[in-house]
Design a binder for this molecule. Structure first.
Ligand code: PMP
Length: 304
């Protein structure tokens, strides 16, 4: 990965190589952390963070869900993020804040452990490869089911939960596919290993609801608003596996993946195998929004 000069650590800037964490940190042992993934874009008017407030609100919600004291307010996290971007001088960046339990005790109960707050910003290009935005990615339905509402909290971005995503991603790569699609315990479609899923069928856009076990993506919600604002009908409905084979177009959304077309599922070509018109529209609207070119959505940008 590309690095940056400094990392924000509990309110201070430390050199990138010194942002270390003790081996016996609770989060290291048990995954007791919550985090975010945010992007800052280099727009014609300078660097802007996309939906910074919404990401920090989700960070706070994740922390509350997993009983991790927030320590810093949403506003303080926002200010620290902007300060980090100024301090590192990055024009565009992927930003990773995390709140987690550090050292204290090694037992399961983290209540007496220190709570750490750290945030990195660094350059990161296209998550699913440079060609993916145009040519799309290959996918398979994973044998791993998405974490359920009865054993973890899929709506929260909890570190430990990502073991589930890692299993699905590794399985997909081992099978020669780019990305995994996970079903939930009921067999309905949920999402990718780190992105939400959309299916386009006869001009209508479908995406699984929050009850399906998804993380409610900020890119997902942005794309729903953008398409809706452009007169495209978007429905949040339970999708069966067969819907993945019947769709005319499919795409993934996420902060890292942005809007990425899917060209195949389980060896079956999606549509004619090339990027569809609705997918292209979603990409164009999203690119315009993050570049500050859509007046209606300028409030999504926080300029550094
Ligand atoms: N689902 C999961 C499991 C994710 O990790 C992510 C990335 N945060 C998403 C969906 C997409 O969310 P967002 O658009 O907010 O990045």
């Amino acid at each position: 990965m590309e690095t940056a000069s400094h990392i924000w650590s509990d309110g201070e800037f430390v050199p990138w190589d010194d942002a270390n964490v003790h081996f016996l940190s609770h989060a290291m042992q048990y995954g007791t952390g919550v985090f975010e993934g945010i992007r800052a874009y280099n727009t014609p008017e300078g660097t802007a963070v996309f939906r910074l407030r919404d990401h920090m609100i989700r960070l706070e919600a994740s922390a509350r869900a997993y009983n991790i004291p927030m320590r810093w307010s949403v506003e303080q996290w926002e200010a620290a993020c902007l300060e980090l971007l100024r301090h590192t001088g990055l024009e565009s960046a992927y930003i990773r804040p995390q709140i987690f339990y550090g050292v204290g005790s090694i037992g399961i109960n983290p209540a007496n452990n220190e709570v750490r707050a750290m945030m990195a910003a660094f350059p990161w290009g296209a998550y699913l490869g440079d060609d993916a935005a145009e040519k799309g990615v290959s996918t398979m339905v994973s044998s791993w089911r998405r974490i359920s509402h009865t054993s973890l909290i899929p709506t929260a971005k909890g570190s430990g939960g990502y073991l589930n995503s890692v299993l699905a991603k590794q399985e997909a790569l081992a099978a020669g596919q780019d990305e995994a699609i996970m079903l939930n315990d009921s067999g309905s479609v949920s999402e990718g290993s780190g992105m939400n899923l959309f299916v386009v069928s006869q001009g209508i856009v479908y995406t699984p609801p929050v009850s399906s076990g998804i993380l409610e993506g900020i890119t997902r919600n942005s794309v729903i608003d953008l398409l809706h604002g452009d007169g495209v009908e978007v429905r949040e409905v339970d999708l069966v596996r067969g819907a993945l084979y019947a769709g005319d177009e499919m795409f993934l959304t996420g902060t890292a993946a942005e809007v990425t077309p899917i060209r195949s599922v389980d060896g079956r070509q999606v549509g004619d195998g090339s990027r569809g018109a609705v997918t292209k529209k979603a990409q164009e609207l999203f690119s315009a929004a993050v570049a500050g070119k859509l007046d209606e959505y300028r409030h999504w940008l926080e300029f550094v």
